[in-house]
Ligand binder design. Structure first.
Ligand code: CP
Ligand code: NVA
Length: 303
């Protein structure tokens, strides 16, 4: 049976830590030009139903760096886009490929694909989760010398896929997470419960300053995720108090870092000063998607 990476909860604490260590090794290898062709001969497809810049390019380059072949497939170019079933697509693609990386809408779509695939499947973002992003983000936090099992992260904004996977990670690793979201835009209740059951200290509040207080990292994401474009004007109004700016940064611990998975909307969820200022580790976060992505590929696609 193939092992899939569909949710952040698919990792144990030991595996999560092993990924962070391996990402660091792979980053050093890349920087020093040392070859690391651990996926030589493997063909891995990226099956994307939503747009992507970072995840697509970092996984394509990552597969190539590891000696494999990457194929990018936009589902609108496939029979899947005109009604062929996910089940049939999964079975057939499994007979050509050694692994599939999927970006889609409902979590159910990737779950169905994985249930009918005989090769490993990696979640590259669904409406519910973005687990590969969060592994990369925790690698970035660890690189700053922060103990990922013992720090406080404040998430400010929409209760979306990013914060869902951050909450899962807080459960798996054991760090503290406080999310400030407007009423009615809470993260997934099932994920919160599961993370708390694992021992995570999770707090959901409405006041961004309450969340930011005592935090080592301030994290935000777009107010309007892919697929929510019709809600743009309502959300852009409602989320205004949920911005990372210098005032909010003042409420965090001295030396706190600013994070954003990107793409950013300057002047909405984050100010230009916060994004480009000395506390920001946003662009390191983006680069690290390559190194952490390769650690994930090795863990799930090498079998
Ligand atoms: N952070 C992230 O997943 O970016 P892309 O949508 O560009 O892949
Ligand atoms: N929450 C955003 C993340 C983009 C990387 C979205 O789903 O569009």
């Amino acid at each position: 049976m193939s092992r899939h990476f569909l949710s952040i909860f698919d990792l144990s604490r030991e595996e999560f830590t092993a990924l962070l260590n391996r990402a660091s090794e792979l980053k050093s290898a890349k920087k020093s030009g040392k070859e690391h062709r651990t996926l030589a001969g493997k063909s891995i497809a990226l099956l994307f139903e939503k747009l992507s810049t970072r995840t697509r390019v970092s996984f394509e380059v990552g597969v190539n760096d590891l000696g494999g072949d990457a194929l990018y497939m936009n589902t609108s170019d496939m029979q899947l886009g005109r009604g062929e079933t996910i089940e049939d697509t999964a079975k057939i693609l499994s007979s050509y490929l050694d692994g599939v990386i999927i970006r889609t809408f409902e979590q159910e779509r990737i779950d169905i694909f994985a249930a009918h695939a005989s090769v490993p499947v990696i979640n590259a973002l669904t409406d519910l989760e973005h687990p590969t992003q969060i592994v990369s983000d925790l690698f970035t936090v660890a690189e700053k010398g922060i103990d990922v099992q013992n720090f406080k992260l404040a998430y400010i904004g929409d209760g979306n896929n990013i914060v869902n996977s951050l909450i899962g990670a807080a459960g798996v690793l054991g760090f503290n997470l406080s999310a400030a979201v407007p009423e009615g835009y809470e993260p997934d209740q099932g994920i919160i419960k599961r993370a708390i059951d694992l021992g995570g200290e999770i707090e959901i509040v409405n006041d961004p300053f309450q969340a930011a207080s005592g935090s080592d990292v301030l994290y935000t994401d777009v107010w309007v995720s892919m697929g929510q474009e019709e809600e743009s004007s309502k959300r852009n109004e409602l989320f205004k108090p949920y911005q990372i700016n210098s005032e909010l940064l003042e409420a965090a611990n001295n030396g706190a870092y600013v994070m954003h998975c990107l793409p950013a909307h300057r002047g909405e969820e984050i100010t230009q000063e916060a994004l480009e200022g000395p506390s920001s580790i946003v662009f390191e976060q983006a680069e690290n998607k390559l190194h952490a992505g390769k650690a994930i590929l090795e863990m799930f696609m090498r079998t």
